[in-house]
Design a protein around this ligand. Structure first.
Ligand SMILES: [Zn+2]
Ligand SMILES: [Zn+2]
Length: 865
């Protein structure tokens, strides 16, 4: 039954991971009406491999799942992967570019074949990595957002929303990435203040020679598409120009002067140029005043034919030319530095072009209302609760959701345009003719759906929706969603809205939002910074259990995690400690002739048994309550403290004294083994591998992961035993202090007399503290709370005492010098005024420490007489 001599998790972790899968341990059986715990994975994108953030997701989820399974609930964790949209297509396009080809060279079908090939490779890689992590998910239910069932769910969702009037097609202003050639949602674009310029341009007023209106713009190239200038009706400077016109420079086009509040008399000249085709605010103003919209920049960011002599120029080249031409014309009044709100594509960082284009939209308000109510009513709870405020703020200000993307990779929009009557046919089955006029001259919309449209259905599409499956009835609504706060709006909010709309139920009851994993300096991990931690490399080095433990310990709710190798090393040391303790126990079991199994229960417990049971009881209560409240880091701290400090450092040290060869299965063994095995079960959800490896030696027939999680009935609180152990620990600590202060060798047994308030097991203290209790010892008196200790110190030769005296005097002399120099510096006003407060505080702390050290040396010298 012996364990390997050295803790080498690399030897047994992959073996267990595979064995759990082979024996289908975590495959769930749907059962109506049975208490269940279910959740779906935040599906990783098939764009690469798992990163450390995924590992945090998986660790927290697996902890919750293993705990609930051990509580006896019908437990299901659905694994899967997401197609992702732009990200995946970009990766494949980049690969293709290496061979000098673009997706257009290949054509839609051939290109999609390439993406599917890519997906197969990366999905398999992610799948293998997840298996290695020991995630206890149900692999028989693994899903991909573009597999047949999930695609049918997407189509059903689109058709239903369309039929309810919640999906429409319309021309609106979108953020367009000229590189990715697609519309981006607000969430897919990055807004950041960037230094730029404000160009002031004079527009001559028609019929008022010598009179100009001056506009200021951060994007002079858009002036080519101006269709009005706006002034405020209350602006007295321009009262006489109401109903007038200006001449657009460079284009020589007359455009009206309109009255609109978009022009603020207090800001700049109070005149605003209006370009409805290229600015969201101007787009709205254009609608208000029925202005024409002239598109002067196209999807490739080139100036269109409507841009006159600038047609065909790249937008920023055109800007330079236009500024030069304005200058030559004398129309450029001023250029000043100005901070602009730069919008870039989140994927490729190309500067976004606001364009008016025809897109598909989800009318979001009716969906958002239900989603707000679900959180207000407590049907869905956020952990930590503070996230609900952020959620409400976003939901109250939500705008219609642009769901079409001009990509090839994704769910194609199930809408067919009729070339004959121009009507649209939206259908669950591919139509062969127009639903309005019956013409066969119809063509499917070329766009695909936003990737969050399909992942937003994940909690129920994976369970068989839209069919009324047994899985859906047994496991839906799911219980919990665990994910990073960074995708609260991208994903969590969409799941809530779509779940409520389509299933009339919340998709999950709890949302646990964890922080991001950062590096040791709390910097965000990124490939460019080179501080990315590869979970597979780190798992191979330290073992998955240790990485899991260190991640959980760092994951205090809501806070980001500083991930350092020191912490993983500490977690590995914990595993190592448990390993060595186990080896020690197993060795002594063999020596005592104890069978390798856990006995039923113990009788006649000793004080240490009653104490460890009491500690166990507190630990069990605390663990269950922490896990129930999603305070995973707390649970990890609790079990660490119990196994390391209570069990290994005290209980096992006392129990060592009870081990005898050939004792057989006595009460000591019964108590120790039941406690030990209960501790393993408590630890299992956090460190599944080491606990399975050890538990297997005691019970090869059943996986620890299917055993019952300890509850309050497993142990008994015993305040008397707690007091007794506390006092015993203090006496042992006092003996150790005496030894240290008087520099007495550790192995030397000292005579002592002990009086204590309650009777203590003296044999145990004698053995742990290397002491022999006698009547009436004389020497150092060492009183403590609840006890009186007198320790007889060993005889020391006069020469040794004198040597010690000399040493102490020298120490005092040196300390006096250092103290004097610190004091003089700190009382020197010039010095104090020049040195930073931080440094001064450091000096003050040091000074205090030197003074304490000096006092101790003086005391020791006085004690020598
Ligand atoms: Zn882009
Ligand atoms: Zn038609």
């Amino acid at each position: 039954m012996q364990l390997d001599k050295v803790y080498e998790p690399q030897r047994f972790e992959p073996v267990w991971a595979q064995r759990w899968i082979d024996s289908k341990l975590y495959e769930a059986t749907p059962e109506l009406g049975k208490p269940y715990f279910s959740l779906v994975i935040p599906p990783p994108n098939v764009t690469g491999q798992l990163h450390i953030g995924h590992m945090l997701d998986h660790t927290l989820i697996d902890m919750a799942v293993r705990w609930h399974r051990m509580l006896g609930e019908n437990t299901l964790w659905v694994p899967g992967t997401d197609r992702a949209g732009i990200a995946t297509q970009l990766m494949v396009e980049r690969e293709l570019a290496k061979t000098g080809l673009s997706r257009h060279d290949l054509g839609r079908e051939a290109f999609l074949e390439k993406v599917w090939e890519w997906k197969e490779i990366y999905q398999k890689r992610i799948h293998d990595q997840m298996k290695r992590l020991g995630s206890s998910c149900d692999w028989s239910r693994e899903r991909f957002t573009m597999d047949e069932g999930l695609s049918r769910a997407v189509r059903e969702c689109f058709v239903r929303l369309y039929e309810k009037g919640l999906i429409y097609q319309g021309a609106y202003m979108v953020n367009w990435c000229p590189r990715c050639q697609t519309a981006l949602s607000d969430l897919e674009s990055i807004h950041e203040p960037t230094p730029g310029f404000l160009w002031h341009i004079q527009y001559p007023v028609v019929g008022h020679p010598g009179r100009f209106l001056t506009v200021a713009t951060t994007r002079p190239e858009t002036m080519l598409g101006d269709t009005a200038v706006a002034i405020n009706a209350k602006d007295e400077r321009y009262l006489d120009l109401h109903g007038g016109k200006v001449l657009l420079p460079l284009m020589d086009r007359e455009i009206p002067i309109i009255l609109d509040d978009i022009a603020d008399p207090e800001f700049g000249t109070g005149v605003v140029k209006i370009t409805p085709a290229h600015d969201p605010n101007d787009f709205a103003a254009g609608k208000r005043h029925n202005l024409p919209s002239i598109r002067v920049i196209n999807e490739a960011a080139l100036i269109t034919e409507a841009g006159g002599i600038y047609a065909g120029m790249e937008r920023f080249d055109a800007r330079k030319r236009i500024v030069m031409d304005l200058e030559e014309l004398g129309a450029l009044v001023k250029v000043e530095p100005y901070t602009v709100n730069m919008v870039t594509c989140q994927r490729c960082r190309t500067i976004v072009e606001p364009l008016v284009s025809k897109q598909w939209w989800v009318k979001i308000q009716p969906l958002a209302d239900k989603a707000i109510h679900a959180v207000e009513s407590g049907a869905i709870q956020f952990v930590p609760a503070s996230w609900s405020a952020t959620y409400f703020q976003w939901m109250y200000n939500i705008r219609d959701w642009c769901v079409s993307r001009q990509l090839w990779w994704g769910h194609r929009i199930p809408a067919w345009h009729c070339k004959n009557c121009k009507e649209i046919t939206v259908s669950r089955e591919d139509p062969t003719e127009c639903g309005t006029c019956g013409s066969v001259d119809i063509e499917q919309d070329p766009d695909v759906l936003d990737t969050w449209f399909s992942s937003g259905l994940f909690p129920f599409s994976t369970l068989g929706w839209p069919d009324d499956t047994l899985d859906l009835r047994s496991f839906y609504p799911t219980t919990l969603m665990v994910t990073g706060f960074d995708i609260l709006f991208f994903w969590v909010a969409r799941m809530i809205m779509l779940g409520l709309e389509l299933t009339d139920q919340v998709p999950f009851r709890y949302v646990h939002l964890h922080g991001l994993v950062r590096d040791a300096d709390r910097q965000k991990m990124s490939k460019t910074k080179g501080n990315v931690v590869d979970p597979i490399v780190i798992n191979d080095k330290y073992g998955t259990d240790a990485v899991r433990l260190s991640l959980v310990l760092g994951a205090a709710s809501g806070r980001d995690i500083a991930f350092t190798e020191d912490r993983i090393e500490a977690a590995r040391n914990f595993a190592n400690k448990l390993w060595n303790a186990t080896r020690f126990i197993f060795m002594n079991m063999e020596r005592s002739g104890v069978e390798p199994k856990v006995p039923a229960e113990s009788a006649a417990p000793r004080f240490e048994d009653r104490w460890i049971q009491s500690r166990l009881q507190a630990t069990i209560e605390s663990m269950n309550s922490s896990l129930a409240n999603h305070r995973y880091h707390e649970a990890a701290q609790t079990i660490w403290h119990f196994l390391w400090d209570d069990f290994c450092d005290w209980y096992l040290e006392v129990k060592k004294l009870r081990f005898t060869a050939d004792s057989g299965l006595n009460d000591d063994w019964r108590a120790l083994l039941t406690t030990f095995e209960t501790g393993l079960r408590l630890l299992h959800p956090i460190m599944p591998f080491i606990t399975e490896e050890i538990s297997n030696r005691l019970d090869p027939d059943q996986s620890i992961s299917l055993k019952k999680y300890p509850d309050a009935s497993f142990a008994k609180a015993d305040p008397a035993a707690d007091r007794e152990m506390d006092l015993l620990k203090e006496v042992v600590a006092a003996m150790r202090n005496v030894r240290q202060e008087r520099k007495v060798e550790l192995k030397l047994v000292l005579n002592a007399t002990l009086k204590s308030d309650i009777p203590l097991d003296r044999e145990v203290i004698e053995s742990l503290a290397k002491v022999q209790f006698v009547e009436g010892a004389t020497g150092v008196s060492w009183p403590g709370a609840g006890f009186d200790l007198v320790v007889a110190l060993p005889e020391v030769s006069p020469e040794a005492i004198e040597a010690q005296r000399t040493k102490l005097r020298k120490e005092i002399e040196q300390l006096d010098k250092v103290i004097a120099s610190h004091e003089s510096q700190l009382s020197n006003e010039t010095f104090v005024s020049k040195v930073p407060e931080k440094v001064l505080n450091g000096m003050r702390e040091k000074l205090a420490a030197y003074k304490i050290q000096r006092q101790k040396a003086q005391d020791a010298l006085d004690a020598l007489g």
